[in-house]
Write a protein that binds this ligand. Structure first.
Ligand code: ASP
Length: 310
């Protein structure tokens, strides 16, 4: 039986030591550690990679610190619209949602679509109707209210500016959450969830729920979850590009990540990063921004938690 591995992220961008107070730094680290260890426990207790990534993302969605679920940013209309996706590397089955407004845990809805429907992606009211049919939890608008994010939005609500979450230089920071894992059977899975970008046009959809852009998993290569400026990640088909370099060109995970995140995306102007894990338990956490909230754990080894570049 092989060693399990899991990695998570809570967004990338201009995250420097000076942009966070000591308390914020501590709170982010604690939230990341809790989420990665929750996922790792599932794997260590013989759970599947799919179960582990879903649970880790639920933890991050329930935290107001991250731009997903409860902490989702405001749209131009002053509402919340969330996107999410999950994918199984063994079967290549996937489930995704776009633009849902009142689902407490969007990743659970993406998983339900994968498990209980013949579709891959549902959006808006149709997705919420599906959630109702499968007994998923809804949350009132006030559940998603966060004072910091409301103030962030208030500054730009009357303009056409749309911006990424979590920063002082706000157009340079992102806040999606995600998890990738490999279980004892050697199956990989990926899950990503986001509130998108502050003041985004209503019905704007980012890379997160697009299979192959923000989320992808394939036992032959790896599982990937991205965070960054979604429009670039969609145009560069980032997650699938990493997988293709491994599958068709024989790159190692690290080589493929370096090529896509540190070369191609940089030339393209796409700021952000990703987390990835292979079926043999290799982990990569590349990013081309100042920082990325991230954590990983292999088997029962010590948990790694990182925020800044160095
Ligand atoms: N990729 C997400 C989006 O464009 C944003 C993020 O990663 O924070 O919706």
């Amino acid at each position: 039986m092989q060693k399990t591995a899991i990695a998570i992220h809570g967004g990338a961008g201009t995250i420097t030591q000076s942009s966070l107070t000591a308390e914020q730094d501590k709170a982010y680290r604690a939230a990341l550690q809790e989420a990665v260890e929750a996922g790792s426990n599932v794997l260590e207790q013989d759970g599947t990679a799919l179960e582990a990534v879903e649970l880790a993302v639920v933890h991050l969605e329930d935290s107001p610190l991250f731009n997903a679920g409860r902490g989702s940013v405001f749209t131009k209309e002053g509402k919340h619209e969330m996107d999410a996706a999950i994918m199984c590397g063994k079967t290549l089955e996937a489930g995704a949602i776009a633009g849902v407004r009142s689902i407490k845990n969007p990743i659970k809805l993406a998983a339900a679509i994968m498990q209980h429907s013949d579709h891959v992606m549902l959006s808006g009211y149709g997705a919420e109707e599906f959630a109702l049919a499968y007994g998923l939890e809804f949350a009132p608008e006030k559940y998603f209210f966060d004072k910091y994010r409301y103030e962030q939005w208030s500054e730009v609500r009357d303009s056409d500016i749309f911006m990424l979450d979590h920063t002082e230089q706000r157009d340079e920071k992102f806040g999606t959450v995600g998890a990738v894992a490999v279980d004892k059977a050697g199956n990989v899975a990926a899950a990503t969830s986001t509130g998108g970008m502050t003041n985004k046009r209503y019905n704007r959809v980012g890379d997160t729920p697009i299979i192959g852009s923000g989320t992808y998993a394939n036992n032959r290569t790896c599982a990937i979850s991205c965070t960054g400026h979604g429009e670039y990640f969609m145009r560069a088909v980032v997650a699938y590009d990493v997988s293709c370099l491994m599958e068709y060109k024989g790159y190692t995970l690290q080589q493929a990540c370096d090529e896509v995140v540190l070369k191609k995306l940089v030339q393209f102007g796409g700021e952000g990063g990703l987390i990835a894990v292979t079926a043999t338990g290799e982990i990569a956490l590349p990013f081309n921004s100042e920082g990325m909230y991230r954590a990983s754990k292999r088997g029962q080894d010590e948990t790694f938690v990182g925020i800044y570049k160095r």
